[in-house]
Design a protein around this ligand. Structure first.
Ligand code: TEU
Ligand code: CA
Length: 559
């Protein structure tokens, strides 16, 4: 071990680097009044659960007034709480109760678009002469759609407005018109709204779809556009040159002067470009969610983890950002299916693969995010009819596929493992009817496996997935090397094992994870002989052996 042979890049210490974040999808977290919809009083009643888990930050998916075409990602009033979720008083109470427990709250900042029911858009579409006309993106066209852009939700990106006879742009659903970032008055209105929340005491933002705020100049056709609406090229409105003029202004005029945490959702940003977004020298976002690690699985029957590809991607992000910027570590969120079902094995190795995946990503350099239910090993849902889905992405996709002649069952099979509703089914608190989530009729079906897979049964079981996550969090608090240490990939070409080292001052750790359904054999690094095992997901396995059971994971601390 060449412990001090290279100079350590100095890494600045920050509270948000040492934090563990937890994402709440409010509609599915906890219902307090039996209407089948999660709400803010429900979240407050579960803060103690989150304290026990040990998280420091909550990222709250949108709680603002919204017609819910895209479940709150279509905001009709940025400064009001959706009545299904409660009131502004409830929100203030949540903020206070969270702060009392040392938990910070990040809001979801959706500023690429609003709802078409936002007063700004209503005014904008009322007349071509409206002072807010230019707050959104309008195009005149006498011969059909202004160009060939597709939205991300399987539709043309333009919708015709009969009243003023022009088209407006929406890179998501027709009910999510894009704001025109070229308009300085519009931008100032956003900054004012953001500062209003910061002055209220919120601790930062997850910034939605932020790489889409700049569109290609002049709205030219996309040359490589797919014939299929369901497979859009998003190139003409993703991470275009010049976008940082907007980001700089946003950071300067809205965020500056507050000690907050900012996480951009950055689809389309590749690692070579990441320093422009999170480089400590550029002072923009603290971290971003990168997309290169997503979709590393096939469709339906060819569902399997592309491990070598995943290792390459994560290795790239870990090494390229070291000493320059910070990573957001995640495997799940409300837009992706459950990892134990797509990367792991939720039938034969449910416990093993849930905890193995946790070990694999949680101990890298960066700030880990847990998506609600992931800490219990929640799984995908077995959909049997299209009525069970709610997601606008699915509704639009199904329409396109029906038009192509597909049957309902073909569509379900196609999206079973990828649909976003897999991760949006209600939190499984107990084996009760309604899973302890609701006493009423849940807005989205509840997974039948709540009978055995639930928080109540895991809380006091020392070997549960929940307590494994709890321990991982404690380990990050105990050993700063697990937060700040330099990442080094080991055995990069091994097709089953994910092995890496962390190194910080005189702390050295080795993480060894079998990411497969089969036994794996490696030559353990010699230093592991003398090492202490800090966490091990299979209790009856031999930690000194180079033989790893399926999904076995170990964390060594070298002497
Ligand atoms: O997701 C945005 C999102 O997934 C796109 O940014 C991404 O660019 C796309 O997959 C690339 O093809 C966020 C929210 O997380 C999601 O729930 C919302 O539906 C969406 O924005 C619209 O607000
Ligand atoms: Ca409710």
């Amino acid at each position: 071990m060449t412990q001090h042979s290279h100079t350590q890049t100095p890494i600045t210490r920050k509270w948000w680097k040492e934090a563990v974040a937890y994402q709440i999808y409010p509609r599915s977290f906890q219902d307090s009044n039996g209407d089948g919809i999660g709400d803010i009083p429900g979240i407050i009643s579960r803060l103690d659960y989150l304290s026990i888990l040990g998280i420091d930050v909550i990222w709250l998916s949108p709680v603002f007034e919204s017609p819910n075409d895209d479940n709150g990602y279509d905001i009709s009033d940025y400064q009001a709480i959706l009545s299904d979720f409660g009131t502004m008083d409830d929100f203030d109470e949540l903020l206070e109760q969270a702060h009392q427990r040392g938990i910070r709250i990040l809001l979801d900042l959706v500023i690429n678009h609003t709802s078409d029911e936002h007063p700004w858009f209503i005014e904008s579409k009322s007349s071509k002469n409206s002072p807010k006309r230019d707050w959104y993106i309008w195009q005149k066209s006498d011969n059909g759609l202004p160009n060939n852009w597709h939205s991300i939700f399987s539709e043309p990106a333009w919708t015709h407005d009969a009243h003023t006879e022009e088209y407006y742009l929406h890179v998501f659903s027709t009910k999510q018109p894009d704001l025109n970032w070229k308009n300085p008055k519009m931008r100032q209105a956003l900054y004012q709204m953001i500062r209003w929340w910061l002055d209220k005491g919120v601790d930062g933002f997850r910034i939605d779809a932020i790489t889409h705020i700049k569109k290609a100049e002049g709205f030219p056709d996309e040359k490589n556009q797919s014939e299929q609406l369901s497979k859009p090229s998003t190139k003409m409105y993703t991470n275009l040159p010049g976008i940082h003029d907007y980001i700089n202004e946003l950071c300067r005029e809205a965020f500056d002067g507050y000690d907050i945490m900012t996480v951009g959702e950055a689809s389309g940003v590749e690692v070579h470009d990441a320093p422009n977004w999170v480089g400590e020298d550029v002072d923009r976002f603290n971290m971003i969610f990168q997309f290169e690690q997503l979709r590393l699985w096939g469709h339906a029957d060819e569902m399997s983890l592309h491990l070598l590809e995943l290792k390459k991607v994560l290795n790239r992000w870990q090494t390229k950002l070291h000493g320059r910027g910070w990573n957001a570590l995640f495997v799940e969120n409300h837009d992706v299916p459950r990892t134990v079902s797509i990367w792991g094995n939720d039938t034969h190795f449910w416990h093993e693969s849930s905890t193995a995946i946790a070990t694999m990503y949680f101990l890298m350099q960066g700030t880990p995010f847990i998506y609600q239910g992931q800490e219990l090993g929640m799984t995908n849902f077995q959909f049997t009819s299209l009525d069970q889905f709610d997601d606008v992405a699915v509704r639009n996709y199904a329409q396109v596929k029906f038009a192509e002649g597909w049957s309902e069952i073909d569509i379900i099979n196609d999206i079973q493992n990828t649909a976003r509703d897999n991760s949006r089914t209600p939190m499984q608190w107990s084996k009760a009817n309604g899973a302890g989530f609701t006493t009423g009729k849940s807005w989205l079906p509840i997974n039948k496996n709540h009978l055995w897979l639930n928080a109540e049964s895991q809380r006091d079981d020392p070997h549960s997935v929940f307590n494994y996550y709890r321990k991982l969090i404690q380990l990050r608090k105990t050993y700063k090397g697990l937060v700040y240490g330099r990442f080094q990939m080991l055995m990069a070409d091994h097709e089953q094992m994910f092995v890496y080292q962390r190194h910080w001052d005189d702390e050295v750790f080795i993480i060894t994870v079998n990411m497969s359904d089969d036994i794996a054999e490696i030559e353990l690094p010699v230093a592991c002989d003398q090492a202490e095992i800090l966490i091990h997901n299979i209790t009856d396995a031999d930690g000194a052996s180079g033989v790893f059971k399926p999904w076995e994971a170990r964390l060594y601390r070298l002497a």
